[in-house]
Structure formats: C-alpha cells, structure tokens
Design a protein around this ligand. Sequence first.
Ligand SMILES: C[S@@+](CC[C@H](N)C(=O)[O-])C[C@H]1O[C@@H](n2cnc3c(N)ncnc32)[C@H](O)[C@@H]1O
Length: 338
Amino acid sequence: MSQEPERPATALRRLVNGYQVTQAIHVAATLGIADLLAGGPRGSDDLASATGAHPDALYRLLRALASIGVVREEADRRFALTDLGDCLRSDAPESLSGWAAFVGDSYHWQAWGALLHSVQTGENAFRHVHGIDPWTLRARHPERSAVFDRAMTSLSRQVVASVLAAYDFGRFGVVVDVAGGNGAFLAAILAHHPAIRGVLFDQPHVVSGSGPILEAAGVTDRCEVVAGSFFDDVPGGGDAYILKAILHDWEDEECVRILHTCRRAMADGAALLVVEQELGPANENPASKFSDLNMLASPGGRERTPEEYAVLFAAAGFRFVGVTGSAVGTAVFEGAAA
Ligand SMILES: C[S@@+](CC[C@H](N)C(=O)[O-])C[C@H]1O[C@@H](n2cnc3c(N)ncnc32)[C@H](O)[C@@H]1O
C-alpha cells in the first residue's frame, strides 16, 4: 500500500515536537528499561515495580515509545525491545544509553532552553543559565560528571570502528589521548593495535572512572593514566596526540591555548590528531550541524571546517597535514610541527 507523503505542516509539527521524543527516551534510559527488557518481553506493571515508577504513567511512556519503534507493545500491556530500543541497553556494543541519559538531564536541557538567548546575542546559553561553564559545574557534581562521561563513551563507541578503519594508528608507538574522558576511544585503539602503548589524560575526576573501561578492553597494562589540565601541561613522550571532541568545545582563543600546551609537550616529529565531525555541505548532515548548535548552547564552542582547523593549527605552531574522513562523518584532522 503506497503511503501519502507527509504534509509540510504535519512534518513540521513532528519536528517541533522532537523535544517530547528526547525526554521520553531520556526517561526510559534513566530508568534502565532496555536493560530490564534484555531477557524478553515484560508487563508494564512489572517494569514499574522494578524501576519504582508510577504504573499508569510508565505504561503511557512505553506506549508512546512503542508508537515510534523504540519498544513494541504486545498483548496485555507487555513490551518487547526492538532493534532501536536494543541500542539503549547499557551493554549494547554501540550503546546510546549514556547519551540519552545526558541529553535530557535537567541542567543540559535548561541550557538548550536558552538557545534563543544564544542566537540573539552569540553568547553561550549554558553560562547564561548556570553562571558557570559545564566543566566547572560537572566537577562540582560528580554524579552529573559520571553521566556525561558515560555519554562520551556512548559517542566514542558509535564512531571508533569507522575511524579505525579509515586511519592507521598502527604507525605510532605511543599515543596520548588528551582529554580522552573515561578512555573508550583510546582503549579501542590499543585493543586494535596490540603494539601501541597509550597515555590517557583528562581531569582527575574523569580519569578516575577509566579503570573498568581499560580493563574490559584488556589494555590496562599498556595504558598509563595521567590527571591534569590541558591549559597547564599534557604528558610528553607521545608519537601522536589525539584531541577527540575537544576543540569543538571551545572558542578559538581557548583552542589555541590547548594546542600550544600540546605543542610544548610534543617532539618535533610527533603528530597532532584532531578527531572531530566534518561539517559537510550545505543542506546536509544534520548530525554535525546540530552538534554545532549544541556547542553554541552547551560548552560554548563550534564545529569547524578544515580551513578553520588549519588557522588554529598555524596559530599554535602546527602546519595542517590533511584530513582523513570516515564512513560515519568523524574525521582525523592531522597536524605536524610547523
Ligand atoms: C566532549 S568531552 C570528549 C571526551 C573524549 N575525548 C571523547 O571523545 O569521548 C571533553 C573532555 O574534555 C575534558 N576537559 C575539559 N576541560 C579540561 C581541562 N581543563 N583539562 C583536561 N581535560 C579537560 C572533559 O573532562 C571531557 O572528558
């Protein structure tokens, strides 16, 4: 049966109501619904008692999620996981449970609620709403930091296989992941290239959560963990310095400061590997264009073109060597000492 094309007004209303989908998935992720359904279908009352949720309200959440394919409603208010919902399991290979938990978290959500302020003034919404930057807020709230770190692990796991297929890290002896979060990206590189040694560097309250991830990847004995700030110093001795999803968090001035710190630590032959999303052509690539808006609203940075990265590199003593794209739109922007 052929389907009527969606009318423009209907399509727009669906897009406008996107916030409802975000929160509904966020709540399901926070309650751990996908993990509870991993063993097979369960009734909504049963799920309510397992999660401490209100039975009728949880049923309404689940039937809404079933209408968009995140779960499937069966007879007698029983629900099953779909392929989509399976990606919300915390142990799914490309789990998005951490990302879903973060995106609807109230403090992040409130920053997006001030997007109009950002667009009218060019100012960062997060600082406007909370009076501080997200890194300071999360350092003061370890539970929020843990949710954010899990979100970063989610995103790293979504892209790392494609980046490994596109870019050969095997030519390096020691790889330093500057601000590598809980270590998911570096752990995958080390697991893929058994001869490489790694250094995971990030803030103290972040690297403290790296143990289980390095251990699960079987790379603990090849990975040194170092705490600090990239505005002060980063570890020396690396053949490659990865900055993944870091420069997009910051405006140009801070990026140059971070790159200067790296340059100081790097030997002349070491490689700078900035791993970020490619913006893509006009009218395409909503993931990167909305990630850019997310940078405006939340940390206060931006996604950049290769030319814009080249300008940052030059300002910090690097020359732009080239860019290696990957199937998922995450690219390696490579620099070397100028
Ligand atoms: C967007 S996350 C990216 C994490 C990781 N590279 C990844 O792709 O999953 C940014 C990281 O920068 C770290 N960060 C923020 N300020 C920092 C600082 N002053 N020194 C070191 N790391 C910092 C955060 O702790 C966080 O892990």
